[in-house]
Design a protein around this ligand. Structure first.
Ligand SMILES: Cc1ncc(COP(=O)(O)O)c(C=O)c1O
Length: 365
C-alpha cells in the first residue's frame, strides 16, 4: 500500500456542482433543457473581445505560456491603478489559495477561516499539513471577526476572509476588515478572497486592495471565473506587496496559467461597460429572487454576490433530486440549506417554478 498521509486520506473530496452533461445523461434530458445554478458561474458567455483573442491564440499553443504573465499583469495593474509587481496570476484563484496554504502550512501550524465558507480553504490547509481552525459564522451568517481574531495564536500562519462569503453571500464592511487586520499579528497572512467582489452593491464595501498594498501581511485574491465568464479557462489573480508575491511564487508550479487564459483575461478587462451591465443585471435578478423568497415566507441570507443561500428545510439528497427532476441543478448544503446561483431571467424563472412545485413537499420531508 502506498503511504499517502493520513490527513490526506481523511479528506472528503471536493464535490463540484453536477455538470450539465452528466445530469442530461443520467436523467435523459436534452442538455439545453437543463439549468445549472450550482457553481456560481456567469450565465453569460465570455465577452466578444475575449473570444476573439482566445481563438487567435489557439494557433500558438505549441509554445509554453509566458510564465510571468507579463502582458496580463501590466493590464491588471493599469485596470487597478497599481504596479505590475503588485500583481500575481494563477491557474484560477484556487491555485493561488493552494500555493499560499502550502507556503505557509506545515506540521504544527494552523489556518483560521470561517465556516461555512469556501471549501478550498479546508482542503488546501489539510494538504499543506496544517490544522484547520474553523470559526462558525454568527447566527446572522456573517464572519465573526472577533471570534476569528481570538482563534489566532502563535501556531497560526494564515487567516482567510471570504468577502462576500461563499456560500452565504454575506459581507463584512471595509472598516471591519481594516479593524480586523489591525488586531492580527504582523507575521500572520490575512487572505481576503474577493472572488465575488465585483458583484457587491453595498455601500460599506470596498475592495481590500489598498489594505494589501499598505500592509505586508495582507493579500487579496480575485478571479476571472465569475463576472468575466471565464470559469473553464482557470485564471485568477492576487494583489499584495511585491516581496510577498516574490516569496509565494516560489511555491507555484511553472506555466500554470495557459496562454489562452492570459489573452482571454486580458481582453476581458477592456469590456468595462459590458461587465458593468452584467453586474447590474445580476443585482436586479438577485433582488427579484430575494423578493420571491420573502413573498413565499422562506428564510434566506441577503446576498451581495451572484448566489443566494436559502433554507428549504429538506435533506441534501431530497432537495437535489427534487430540483433535478425539473432540470434544475442546485447546490445543497447541510441542515436544509441550498445555494442557488443567479442565472438569466429565464433561468431564474425556471428555478422559481420548480421551487413552487416542490417547496411544500420538501418542507414536510
Ligand atoms: C470564494 C471563492 N474563492 C475562490 C474561488 C475559486 O475560483 P477560481 O479558482 O475559479 O478562480 C471560488 C469558486 O467558486 C470561490 O467561491
Amino acid at each position: 500500500m502506498i503511504r499517502i498521509r493520513k490527513d490526506v486520506r481523511s479528506i472528503t473530496p471536493y464535490r463540484p456542482g453536477r455538470p450539465i452533461a452528466e445530469v442530461a445523461r443520467e436523467y435523459g434530458f436534452d442538455m439545453s433543457a437543463i439549468v445549472k445554478l450550482a457553481s456560481n458561474e456567469s450565465p453569460l458567455p465570455p465577452v466578444r473581445q475575449a473570444m476573439a483573442a482566445m481563438a487567435e491564440e489557439l494557433g500558438a499553443i505549441n509554445r509554453y505560456p509566458d510564465n510571468d504573465c507579463h502582458d496580463l499583469r501590466l493590464a491588471l495593474a493599469s485596470h487597478l491603478g497599481i504596479e505590475p509587481d503588485q500583481t500575481w496570476v494563477g491557474g484560477g484563484s484556487s491555485e493561488l489559495l493552494r500555493v499560499i496554504a502550502s507556503a505557509l502550512g506545515g506540521e504544527g501550524t494552523t489556518a483560521v477561516y470561517a465556516w461555512p465558507s469556501f471549501v478550498v480553504y479546508r482542503l488546501a490547509t489539510v494538504v499543506a499539513g496544517a490544522t484547520p481552525r474553523e470559526v462558525p459564522l454568527t447566527t446572522d451568517h456573517v464572519h465573526d471577526l472577533d471570534a476569528m481574531r481570538a482563534a489566532i495564536d502563535d501556531t497560526t500562519t494564515v487567516v482567510y476572509v471570504c468577502n462576500p462569503n461563499n456560500p452565504t453571500g454575506s459581507h463584512v464592511s471595509s472598516e471591519e476588515i481594516a479593524r480586523f487586520v489591525d488586531g492580527v499579528p504582523e507575521d500572520v497572512l490575512v487572505v481576503v478572497d474577493e472572488a465575488y467582489g465585483e458583484y457587491v452593491t453595498a455601500e460599506d464595501y470596498h475592495t481590500a486592495v489598498s489594505l494589501a498594498l499598505s500592509r505586508s501581511n495582507v493579500i487579496v485574491t480575485r478571479t476571472f471565473s465569475k463576472v468575466y465568464g471565464l470559469a473553464a479557462l482557470r485564471v485568477g489573480y492576487a494583489i499584495a506587496q511585491p516581496e510577498t508575491i516574490t516569496e509565494l511564487r516560489k511555491a507555484q508550479a511553472p506555466f500554470s496559467v495557459t496562454s489562452v487564459g492570459q489573452v482571454g483575461a486580458l481582453a476581458s478587462l477592456s469590456a468595462v461597460d459590458e461587465i458593468g451591465r452584467r453586474v447590474g443585471e445580476n443585482a436586479d435578478e438577485r433582488s427579484r429572487m430575494e423578493a420571491a423568497f420573502a413573498d413565499r415566507g422562506l428564510e434566506y441570507v441577503p446576498s451581495q454576490a451572484n448566489f443566494v443561500y436559502l433554507r428549504l428545510g429538506a435533506s441534501t439528497a431530497a432537495t437535489t433530486e427534487a430540483f433535478i427532476r425539473h432540470g434544475v441543478i442546485l447546490r445543497p448544503f447541510g441542515e436544509g440549506w441550498v445555494r442557488v446561483s443567479i442565472g438569466t431571467h429565464q433561468e431564474n424563472d425556471r428555478f422559481l417554478a420548480a421551487l413552487d412545485a416542490e417547496r411544500h413537499r420538501l418542507a414536510s420531508n
